[in-house]
Design a protein around this ligand. Structure first.
Ligand code: ASP
Ligand code: MG
Length: 476
């Protein structure tokens, strides 16, 4: 008996990245519909397409449109090959190809306009980037229809209402709730599966926006929370959230369960499992979330569970560390000087200066002597950040209240994630012993602001060894 509850499923770029993947997605939709009367499907662009689109716009801004015909045919080739392989109904197939062709033509028009202006505004970039999902949704929709699933393709620009912060737009939840229900509920009531675009929305005036790179997960969370759905399933190309990157540690394995707090930390610290903004709407709406593998659909994947109520303290013998991640290509910036002692406002000014460069800071530590503040920034921003700090503290530097502002060579931030890392005695000790055994030097530590992670900074060359060492602490 199909359930009355509503299920939202999102397919990522690799899950719709080829004819073969799309066929699997179509089958998954069919099977899910057999068990759920109310099903909503969201899709990303085909793998690599968003990058290709944005690159052509950025080239166009430099006046380079020579590669445009090549891009056009690459897009046609990707989408048409898939259409031919999976849509048996000739009429439907031709209709979809014609629609995709129109979208490809609008890429050409947009790029030509950008080339003439010599500039790609954020608004124009969103119009360009949106084409990936607008093409893939038509393919997936036709594939599902061809396989006999009653479905309807709808662009999410019709109901995801956002502000005009192009490239990283913020949804207006009130307007989005009203529109989503108004447009999707009548279809769901009839058992029709709406198949819609991830990543994109529109301003109240109807101008296309995007929710930020990787934003399709967020779309799924928004739709799930406003309907509301009982469950959101994110279909990707791995068996859920893993204990670490399997390319570094071959024994990495899938975590059957993870708490919201833990996954938020993982998403933040470099594990590309979920767009970080996805978590909040689902937690607030109390909706279940599952991450599963399009290429291994019978695997249960990873389930998110509500944060545990143990106050972060884990019983003896229970597993504390659940996963280990690494963020590479960082530098540690240090501001040091005896004249900083007890002077209020140094940190505020320092981070104000960093913020003025548009850089976000993943890790901060300060010695209690107050003689140094140290934080990580992405390597590519380190230069800008140092300049901004030097300008801001020019007076203190000339008076030697601040001795120097400097950045290390490239480093990596290794994060051990698990609830209870703060309140369970001995966890930090274990981490340091493991690293010590392998002669890995720890350059900085951050621990405490969240009770679900400890981050350590190591030299770039030690990245893999540090991940391997800490992964040994995960109980089998
Ligand atoms: N296609 C968009 C991107 O590549 C959104 C997504 O796939 O989640 O960023
Ligand atoms: Mg993604």
């Amino acid at each position: 008996m199909p359930e009355k509850e509503t299920l939202v499923m999102k397919f990522g770029g690799t899950s719709v990245g080829s004819a073969d993947a799309l066929a699997k997605a179509v089958q998954i939709i069919k099977d899910a519909r057999a068990n759920h009367n109310r099903l909503v499907v969201i899709t990303s662009a085909m793998y690599g397409v968003t990058n290709l689109l944005l690159d052509s716009a950025l080239f166009a801004a430099q006046g380079k449109i020579d590669s445009l015909p090549g891009t056009e045919s690459a897009l046609r080739e990707r989408h048409f090959t898939a259409a031919e392989a999976m849509i048996k109904d000739g009429k439907l197939r031709n209709a979809v190809k014609a629609e995709i062709n129109v979208l490809i033509q609008s890429l050409v028009n947009l790029c030509q306009a950008i080339a003439i202006l010599g500039e790609a505004s954020p608004r124009a970039l969103d119009a360009v980037a949106s084409l990936g999902e607008r093409m893939s949704v038509r393919l997936l929709g036709a594939g599902a229809a061809d396989a006999g699933t009653q479905s309807r393709v709808i662009e999410s620009t019709r109901f995801i209402v956002t502000n005009a912060h192009y490239q990283n737009a913020h949804p207006d939840f009130k307007a989005t709730t009203d529109k989503t229900r108004e447009i999707l509920n009548p279809l769901l009531d009839e058992g029709i599966v709406p198949i819609t675009t991830g990543f994109i929305g529109a301003t109240p005036d109807g101008v296309i926006t995007t929710l930020g790179r990787g934003g399709s997960d967020y779309t799924a969370a928004i739709i799930g929370s406003v309907l509301p759905a009982h469950d959101v399933w994110i279909w990707t190309d791995v068996d859920g959230v893993m204990t670490t990157d399997p390319r570094i540690v071959s024994t990495a394995r899938t975590l059957p369960e993870i708490s919201y707090g833990e996954i938020a930390e993982l998403a933040y610290y470099g594990a590309k499992v979920l767009h970080p903004k996805t978590i909040r709407p689902v937690v607030e709406a109390g909706i279940g979330l599952r991450i599963c593998n399009t290429f291994n659909p019978t695997h249960p994947g990873t389930r998110l569970k509500a944060n545990d109520q143990t106050n972060g303290k884990v019983n003896k013998g229970e597993q504390v560390i659940k996963a280990v991640t690494a963020i590479r290509k960082q530098k540690l910036v240090t501001i040091e000087g005896r004249g900083m002692l007890g002077v209020p406002g140094v940190a505020a000014r320092a981070f104000g200066a960093v913020a003025s460069t548009g850089t976000s800071v993943p890790l901060i530590t300060q010695a209690s002597s107050e003689q140094s503040i140290c934080f990580a920034v992405p390597t590519e921003s380190a230069h800008l950040v140092l300049d901004a700090l030097q300008k801001n503290f020019a007076l203190e530097l000339s008076e030697r209240d601040i001795d120097r502002v400097w950045a290390t060579d490239e480093v990596a931030i290794i994060t051990a994630v698990g609830s209870g890392t703060r309140n369970t005695p001995g966890v930090a000790g274990h981490l340091f012993s493991k690293l010590g055994e392998r002669d890995i030097n720890v350059l900085a530590i951050a621990h405490g602001s969240s009770d679900v992670s400890i981050s350590l900074v190591v030299e770039t060359n030690d990245t893999e060894n540090a991940v391997k060492a800490l992964h040994e602490l995960i109980v089998k």
